[in-house]
Structures are given as C-alpha cells and as structure tokens.
Design a protein around this ligand. Structure first.
Ligand SMILES: *[C@@H]1O[C@H](CO)[C@@H](O)[C@H](O)[C@H]1NC(C)=O
Length: 143
C-alpha cells in the first residue's frame, strides 16, 4: 500500500511538472516508414514560471529498451518555436506536420518532445522531456 501511494504521488508530481504534453500520437500509435503525419503539442494550463524558448520533436529507434530522452541522437522532426492557438476543442495546442524518416528502423520507437524553458532567476534554460512510445512499420512500396 505504501509503495502504491508513493508511485501515485510520483506520477502526479511528474505530470504537474511537465509544462507541455503530447496530445498525439499516444503510446502505441503506429506509423509507416516515410509516413507523413502530425504531432499535437498541448499546453494544458497556464505556466506561471516557464517562458518557452523553443521545442524539439525527435524520434529514435528503440533496441531492447528505449534510450533516455536527451541522451540519444535521434531524427529531428521539428525544431523551432511553439505558438499554440486556443481551440474550442482541445484547448491550447499546435499541430506540427512531420514525416517519419524512411531510414528509421521498424519496431518500437520513442518520440520525444523537448521543451526548452526559461525560468525566472535561472541563467540557463531548463529542459523538459515528454515522450510517447510508438511503433514503426515497413513502408508500403508502390508497385
Ligand atoms: C490537430 O490534431 C488533432 C489530433 O490529432 C486533431 O483532432 C485536430 O483536428 C487537429 N487540429 C487542427 C487545427 O488541425
């Protein structure tokens, strides 16, 4: 019981800390090599102390285990500013058009959203990582 409550607490803390969320794709989503799709980046609420400097969306193939975010050289799918607009449904978000590389290996892959965040009183921007585990399947070759 004790363990359970600690886990729940940690999960709650982690959720509260991440300023941005990946609305799409969710864990388990499947894409083909070379497929064009989009990544939905959501800002769930007002962030009092974070000034966004920019975001990076990247994807990396997972071997037995997925590499830790920030510790791998994946394929950058998007790099630049995050300017969410307010939508009636879904709140504040922005959809980014991305193309999964043809050379990305099939199998499990980790999609990482890196949020560069500047906080008052800190000289260096801090980095926040949000991830989704996706699946890459073989490209369909045209006949
Ligand atoms: C953004 O993506 C979401 C989820 O994939 C979709 O439901 C929504 O219609 C898209 N919004 C816009 C403005 O394209």
């Amino acid at each position: 019981m004790k363990l359970l409550s600690l886990t729940t607490l940690l999960a709650a803390t982690a959720t509260a800390y991440a300023s941005l969320q990946i609305g799409f794709p969710t864990n388990g989503a499947s894409f083909r090599q070379g497929e064009k799709s989009h990544v939905q980046v959501v800002r769930p609420g007002a962030i009092e102390d974070c000034t966004e400097v920019g975001i990076v969306i990247d994807v990396v193939h997972c071997g037995k285990t997925c590499p830790k975010p920030g510790k791998h050289a994946g394929y950058a799918l998007y790099k630049g500013p995050f300017k969410p607009t307010h939508q009636k449904i879904g709140g504040d978000y922005e959809n980014f058009t991305v193309t999964f590389p043809e050379s990305l290996k099939t199998g499990k892959a980790l999609l990482t959203l890196t949020n560069k965040c500047r906080r008052e009183g800190e000289s260096q921007p801090s980095l926040e990582y949000t991830t989704a585990e996706i699946k890459i399947t073989e490209r369909v070759h045209a006949l």
